[in-house]
Design a protein. Structure first.
Length: 333
C-alpha cells in the first residue's frame, strides 16, 4: 500500500506495529507497517510523530514530502539502504568513460521511444477517426528521431550531450503537439515547467513530483548516488541521476495518467493561491499511483510499474559496475 496524505491537519502516529492516521483526534485509518510500501505527505499542516518515523525506518518504508505544487523537498529513508560504497565509486568513474556515454544515450532512447508508444496508445482508440492517421504519423516521426540516437558518436558523454539534447527537443516538440491535441485541444500552448497555471501543465508537474520520489527511492535502494547523473549536467542541489532515470517513465507513468483524466472530461480545481486544490491533488495522485501499481510487460514478465522502476535502477548499478549493459524500459501500447 502507498499511503498518500494530502489533507491539512492530519496526524500520523504509531500504535504497536501499525501506522495510525488521525484527524481532529479521531482515527481515520490504521495500516500495519508491514503492509506499507511508501508514505507520501503532500500538504502543509500534517504532523508525524518520531515514533511513526522510527516505525517506517524499521520496516523499510520511505517517507516522501511534497510541496503543494508536487515538488519534492525531503525523503526519509534508512541510511543502511545505500551503505554499499563500491557502486558509488564506480558510478562517479563511469562519467568519464564509455559507461556514462552508454547510459546517457539509453536514457534518451527510452524517453523518446516511450513518447512514441504513448502517442500510439491513444491513437489506437481513435481508429476510424480523422485524428488516427495524424497521430500515427507523429509517432513515426518521433521513432525516427529515437533511431538516430545510436548513430551519435563520441568518447564520453560530454562529447555527445548537445546532440542528444537536440534530438530530445525535436521529439518533444512533436510529442507535446500530439498529446496536447489529445488531452485539451487548441487551448494547450506547450509544455511549461515552473509557474505553470494551465490545467494540463499544472497536473503534469504535480504528477512528476510523485514520480521523482518513486525514482529517488529506487536510486537509493540500488546504492547509487542521486546527484551523480550522466545526461543531466551537474548543478548544486540537482539530483541529476534521478532526473536521468525519470525520463523513460514520464510518458508511461504520468503523462498517460493525466491525459486519461482530461480525455474523460475531468478538469482540476484551483485554490486561492492558484495551486491545485487538495481534492484535485488527491485525484491526480490517485491516478498516478494507480498507474504505478498497474502491470507492464518487462523482460518477458508482467510486473508492477513501480517494481520496474526499482529494477531499472538496479540495472543502472549493474552497468556502472561493468557487469552488463543498460537497456531502457519500453512501455507497451
Amino acid at each position: 500500500m502507498h499511503l498518500f496524505v494530502s489533507e491539512y491537519g492530519r496526524f500520523l502516529g504509531k500504535k504497536s506495529e501499525r501506522l495510525v492516521v488521525k484527524e481532529k483526534g479521531k482515527t481515520v485509518l490504521e495500516v500495519p507497517f508491514r503492509d506499507l510500501e511508501e508514505v507520501t505527505i503532500a500538504s502543509n499542516g500534517v504532523s508525524i510523530s518520531t515514533d511513526a518515523l522510527a516505525g517506517c525506518v524499521e520496516f523499510g518504508v520511505p517517507v516522501h514530502f511534497l510541496h503543494s505544487s508536487g515538488k519534492p523537498y525531503a525523503l526519509l529513508a534508512s541510511p543502511v539502504l545505500n551503505a554499499t560504497v563500491a557502486t558509488r565509486r564506480e558510478q562517479l568513474k563511469a562519467y568519464d568513460d564509455e559507461r556514462g556515454l552508454h547510459l546517457a544515450k539509453a536514457f534518451v532512447t527510452g524517453k523518446i521511444g516511450n513518447q512514441a508508444s504513448l502517442v500510439k496508445y491513444f491513437a489506437k482508440h481513435r481508429k476510424g477517426q480523422d485524428s488516427y492517421s495524424q497521430l500515427m504519423a507523429q509517432a513515426k516521426q518521433i521513432e525516427g528521431l529515437r533511431n538516430q540516437v545510436d548513430g551519435i558518436e563520441g568518447t564520453v558523454v560530454d562529447d555527445v550531450r548537445p546532440y542528444l539534447m537536440n534530438l530530445e527537443g525535436r521529439a518533444a516538440a512533436i510529442y507535446w503537439k500530439a498529446v496536447g491535441d489529445i488531452a485539451v485541444g487548441d487551448e494547450f500552448q506547450g509544455r511549461e515547467h515552473r509557474g505553470a497555471r494551465d490545467p494540463f501543465n499544472t497536473c503534469l508537474n504535480y504528477g512528476y513530483g510523485i514520480l521523482y520520489n518513486q525514482v529517488w527511492g529506487a536510486v537509493l535502494v540500488a546504492g547509487l548516488e542521486p546527484f551523480g547523473g550522466f545526461l543531466h549536467v551537474d548543478r548544486p542541489g540537482k539530483p541529476s541521476l534521478v532526473l536521468d532515470l525519470v525520463e523513460e517513465f514520464r510518458a508511461p507513468a504520468v503523462d498517460r495518467s493525466v491525459i486519461a483524466l482530461l480525455v474523460r472530461g475531468w478538469r482540476p480545481k484551483f485554490d486561492e493561491d492558484d495551486g491545485l486544490s487538495s481534492e484535485s491533488r488527491r485525484e491526480v495522485a490517485d491516478a498516478v499511483l494507480s498507474r504505478l501499481e498497474g502491470r507492464e510487460r518487462y523482460r518477458g514478465e508482467k510486473r508492477k510499474l513501480s517494481s520496474v522502476i526499482v529494477r531499472q535502477a538496479r540495472r543502472v548499478a549493474t552497468c556502472v559496475r561493468g557487469q552488463g549493459k543498460y537497456s531502457p524500459f519500453t512501455a507497451t501500447w
